[in-house]
Design a protein around this ligand. Structure first.
Ligand code: B12
Length: 279
């Protein structure tokens, strides 16, 4: 290893992505790195090549013409209600070397958030937003299963959203990413009554963690009731993790009675990793 070689934490900062994303680039062979002790290091020249390749794949078409970023292209197809066009963009994202994290977190999520912002600003008819949501759900059903890991699972994570919470796109994506990392997921979906959520965990096999997604702040009381119901029927040491746009701080998570808040899917995967190592 040379003194100029860069650690993965530094690479993450330079690329403005999460550490886990860089780690995955290394693991999938997209970014060459050398392991020294417990840490990985990247040669500056390899980092430069990698940067060029990424910039090329996401912004330049085959003819060399500059084209819009993936998320904006997908947003346009979703607004037009063109499911096939939207699926073709998702395929193109994967063909250019990106993984499921990128597809969901850097392309589909921002496209949906932008559609939500247009609707909130009064610039989009509600039927267009609903149609886009339905297409997004179908896309998740089409692309997510391709990334499910086979083989022995790290345990079961029960995931869902409390009563009154109707947003399922986010938790469906989170479920696929957890599966991608080797866990089995029992996704009970949205609008789940508290006692029924608890029962799903009680009847589950090899449950190692519970994740509750909350998008609307108005669903927080229901999330609190759900956690209360779960605590009554499962061992105290089963971690209950919360996340989503509605859980805006650690304090809110504590008030809900959760063990921990995950500010992002990456953080959630790290926490699940800790849980798996402990058990
Ligand atoms: C699609 C959509 C709907 C669809 C949902 C369909 C479905 N099957 O999911 C429908 C039409 C049902 C809907 C309904 C409503 N919606 Co809506 N909806 C959206 C929209 C456009 C996209 C949601 C989405 O999928 N985003 C993409 C996901 C991936 O992003 P995300 O939710 O932020 O999730 C990320 C993180 O938060 C995190 N995360 C999420 N969950 C979890 C869980 C865990 C455990 C972890 C670790 C992380 C994590 O990971 C994700 C990826 O980074 C958003 C706009 C937006 N900005 O998101 C509005 C939005 C969420 N909706 C909104 C509103 C107001 C409503 C309604 C009240 C509208 C109405 N008047 O009826 C209802 C409420 C329904 C209810 N009771 O829940 C507001 C919420 C405002 C607020 N803060 O309260 C938003 C923000 C729109 C806006 N700009 O105003 N909606």
């Amino acid at each position: 290893m040379a003194d100029s070689d860069v650690s993965l934490h530094d690479v993450a900062e330079m690329l403005d992505v999460h550490y886990m994303t860089v780690y995955r680039y290394v693991r999938q062979g997209q970014l060459p790195a050398t392991k020294v002790g417990r840490s990985w290091y990247v040669k500056p020249s390899d980092l430069e090549l990698f940067r060029d390749a990424k910039a090329h794949s996401s912004e330049v078409s085959e003819g060399g013409k500059k084209i819009a970023p993936w998320a904006e292209r997908l947003e346009a197809q979703l607004i037009q209600g063109d499911q096939r066009g939207a699926a073709e963009i998702m395929e193109a994202v994967l063909r250019s070397g990106h993984d499921l994290y990128f597809l969901y977190l850097q392309v589909l999520s921002p496209a949906m958030s932008a559609i939500g912002a247009r609707w909130a600003a009064g610039n989009l008819e509600i039927f267009v937003e609903h149609r886009a949501s339905n297409i997004a759900m179908r896309l998740i059903g089409q692309f997510g299963p391709r990334f499910a890991r086979r083989g022995v699972s790290k345990g079961t994570v029960v995931l869902g959203s409390p009563a009154s919470e109707m947003h399922t796109l986010s938790t469906s994506m989170v479920a696929d990413l957890i599966r991608f990392e080797g866990w089995n997921v029992s996704d009970v979906g949205a609008n789940m009554p508290a006692e029924a959520f608890a029962e799903a965990i009680r009847q589950g096999e090899d449950v190692v963690a519970v994740c509750i997604g909350v998008t609307m702040p108005g669903s927080l009381p229901a999330a609190q009731a759900t956690i209360g119901a779960i605590r009554k029927v499962v061992p105290r040491d089963l971690p209950i993790l919360v996340g989503g746009a509605g859980v805006a701080s650690d304090e809110i998570a504590r008030d809900l009675g959760a063990d921990r808040r995950s500010g992002s899917v990456y953080e959630l995967i790290e926490v699940l990793g800790e849980v798996a190592r402990r058990s």
